[in-house]
Design a protein around this ligand. Structure first.
Ligand code: C5P
Length: 231
């Protein structure tokens, strides 16, 4: 089955405090979104990209890459999961119901082709319904409630940080996301919707430098990672 990419890029980037969406910040003379899309489009097995943009997005069409015929745009939604769902609907409506998708955050420009290939191969070798990239957590994780009081410590040995891409078939993922949204579940990644539907997606170890550019201090870090990877 063909592999498509779905790139949610409809967030407003409130935590970045940049005054405009973080995917349009520049790293090494290119926006974060361009870095991300170029890496995905360079994967030889990718048939195309569905990009979910904010309905009021004024920036996209100013980028040269917006003319790339392999990219189709859809309107995003208020939540990330809704943006992904709209993208999956586009795929179904355009005859790609049998495709598999790599859902990848626009805000992760440092993803590498090796880790994505390993994700796909690992899922195909397994009997899992799909899978995601992640890394084991390195910090101790605390539960914190009112007034920043610590009320518990998680067992770190079983905890991983979820990254993207997350790799699933269009049909199963769409049903799972719809179901999760219908019951008001907090869905911050695709795997959580699949888990809620009773599946056990595969966790595939990726790289810690596949960071999600979220806060101002992530920008110099992402620049450094891109520089190192280019060497
Ligand atoms: O908010 P967060 O950092 O988890 O966003 C991850 C990705 O999802 C970003 O690329 C963001 O643009 C996208 N997103 C979206 N629609 C939303 C919220 C976030 O496409 N409503």
């Amino acid at each position: 089955a063909p592999v498509w990419c779905v790139v949610p890029a409809a967030g407003v980037g409130a935590r970045m405090k940049a005054g405009f969406p973080k995917q349009y910040l520049k790293l090494q003379h290119k926006t974060i979104l361009e870095h991300t899309l170029e890496r995905l489009l360079a994967l030889p097995y990718v048939a195309g990209v569905v990009l979910a943009l904010h309905p009021d997005d004024d920036y996209w069409t100013t980028l040269p890459i917006s003319r790339d015929q392999r990219i189709s745009c859809v309107d995003g939604a208020v939540e990330r999961a809704g943006s992904v769902l709209n993208s999956l609907t586009w795929l179904e409506d355009n005859g790609h119901s049998d495709a598999w998708v790599l859902v990848h955050d626009a805000a992760r420009p440092c993803v590498t082709s090796d880790t994505v290939a390993n994700l796909i191969e690992s899922v195909r070798r397994s009997d899992a319904v799909g899978g995601i990239l992640g890394v084991p957590v390195s910090d101790t994780l605390k539960q914190v409630v009112n007034d920043n009081r610590i009320t518990g410590t998680q067992d770190r040995s079983k905890l991983w940080q979820a990254q993207t891409p997350q790799f699933f078939s269009v049909g199963l993922l769409k049903r799972a996301l719809q179901q999760a949204l219908d019951v008001g579940l907090m869905v911050t990644d695709e795997a959580s919707a699949m888990e809620f539907a009773g599946h056990q997606p595969l966790m595939v170890e990726g790289r810690a430098d596949n960071i999600k550019v979220t806060r101002p201090e992530d920008l110099p870090l992402a620049t450094f990672i891109l520089q190192q990877q280019a060497l």
